[in-house]
Ligand binder design. Structure first.
Ligand SMILES: Cc1cc2nc3c(=O)[nH]c(=O)nc-3n(C[C@H](O)[C@H](O)[C@H](O)COP(=O)(O)OP(=O)(O)OC[C@H]3O[C@@H](n4cnc5c(N)ncnc54)[C@H](O)[C@@H]3O)c2cc1C
Length: 358
């Protein structure tokens, strides 16, 4: 099998996780990643470097979201235990507060797998908070974790990586050997030819990077129209991320002074230890979460590939919104499974060849 048998378009956390799942299942030598932006780059069109990031209850409550979260959490917890420092992920104590009662279904799901999950007694909740939990979260140094994944894919597994912008999703079918193209293009799914999904929209967030070596816990408050959070950035010599905003449909890349002030006052009120001479604000950033009405799209589609005069399999995996780091591995497992099932039906001979690599 050729390295162009499986092509992944996109090297954000979603495409990198698809490559990881493929590599873990023995398909690395057949896999090529094509992306305009790679770990190490910064661009408003590349969301992954701007993430906080942690595991939180920010995701939706539908069955898929709950399942992806659970798979993602277990994967990251295991990674933190086995190789946390190299992977830039760490198990971290966490508190989450809600101004309004969250869905019981979601809480029951989280309670079933989160390490050290506890509901906070009502009398211990801060003013205005309706419900709260503590648990062990995973904090992720987003830019460095993406870099770690890329290095591992290239050097440990031998995945091929090409920097290129494609103008049409079917350009992923590089030649007659390409069996499947994974579409992991994030916000670009709205405009990329051959995808053009009108349900996609950006959700802007602004964050502050601060040095605060004394902060070792993650705290979040989910309000009616705001999200406030403090996330220590693991293996960064004491940096923390302060946030934030969830601005639906807003795509400005600028950072805004008033928003910086609001983030500072909200995070200090939520975690008074931050209000100290030991906290130094280093920078403000904005990023655009790739959101989608109805949730992420992890689904296969058969398309006509005109250049090759045959049909081809595309597996879409985009629209992770604010959850790409926590749910990305779970989404990737579904995407890879979906490809294997479709290939078996569509091209039994090729599927057998791919499966024989197992
Ligand atoms: C402020 C902020 C805080 C966040 N905090 C968290 C958090 O705490 N936890 C969490 O789980 N998530 C968090 N997120 C969400 C997370 O960052 C996203 O869900 C995730 O980064 C989306 O990854 P992606 O791979 O889909 O997109 P991207 O990272 O944008 O990657 C898209 C890839 O597709 C490529 N591409 C697109 N079009 C083309 C083309 N035509 N040709 C070639 N390549 C193309 C790009 O170059 C890039 O490589 C946060 C996001 C923001 C903005």
């Amino acid at each position: 099998m050729k390295s162009e048998s499986v092509v992944i378009i996109g090297a954000g956390i979603i495409g990198l996780n698809v490559a990881l799942v493929l590599a873990e299942r023995g398909y690395a030598s057949q896999t090529t990643i094509i992306a305009e932006h790679l770990p190490g780059d910064t661009s408003i069109n590349y969301t992954s470097p701007w993430a906080g990031a942690n595991f939180s209850a920010i995701s939706a409550s539908d069955k898929n979201a709950l399942r992806w979260d659970k798979i993602g959490y277990n994967h990251l917890l295991n990674l933190a235990a086995k190789d946390g420092e190299r992977a830039f992920v760490r198990a971290t104590p966490s508190t989450e507060y809600w101004d309004e009662m969250p869905s019981r279904m979601k809480l029951d799901s989280m309670a079933s797998y989160l390490k050290d999950y506890k509901e906070i007694p009502k009398k211990e909740l801060p003013q205005g908070v309706a419900f709260g939990i503590t648990f062990t979260t995973i904090t992720i140094n987003a830019p460095m974790h993406a870099h770690y994944l890329l290095q591992r894919l290239r050097h440990q597994y031998g995945v091929q990586v090409i920097r290129k912008k494609v103008s049409d999703i079917t350009s992923g079918f590089l030649n007659k050997d390409t069996e499947v193209v994974f579409n992991c293009t994030g916000n670009a799914a709205r405009s990329l030819k051959g995808v053009e999904d009108p349900k996609c929209y950006p959700t802007r967030g602004q964050i502050l990077l601060a040095k605060a070596t004394h902060i070792n816990q993650s705290v979040m408050r989910h309000g009616k129209d705001y999200e406030t959070y403090v996330i220590p950035r693991p293996y960064s010599k004491g940096n923390v991320i302060l946030g934030g905003y969830m601005q639906k449909g807003v795509s400005t890349p600028d950072t805004i002074g008033e928003e910086t002030k609001s983030i500072l006052s909200r995070t200090k009120a939520m975690l008074p230890e931050l209000d100290s001479p030991d906290t130094e604000i280093l920078a403000a950033f904005a990023g655009l979460r790739p959101s989608r009405e109805g949730g992420a799209r992890v689904a296969s589609e058969i398309v006509q590939v005109n250049d090759l005069k045959r049909k081809g399999l595309i597996v879409h995996n985009y629209g992770a919104g604010g959850t790409g780091f926590q749910a990305g591995y779970g989404m990737a497992v579904d995407a890879v499974e979906s490809a294997l099932v479709e290939l078996q039906i569509l091209q039994p001979n090729s599927a057998r060849t791919i499966r024989s690599a197992l």
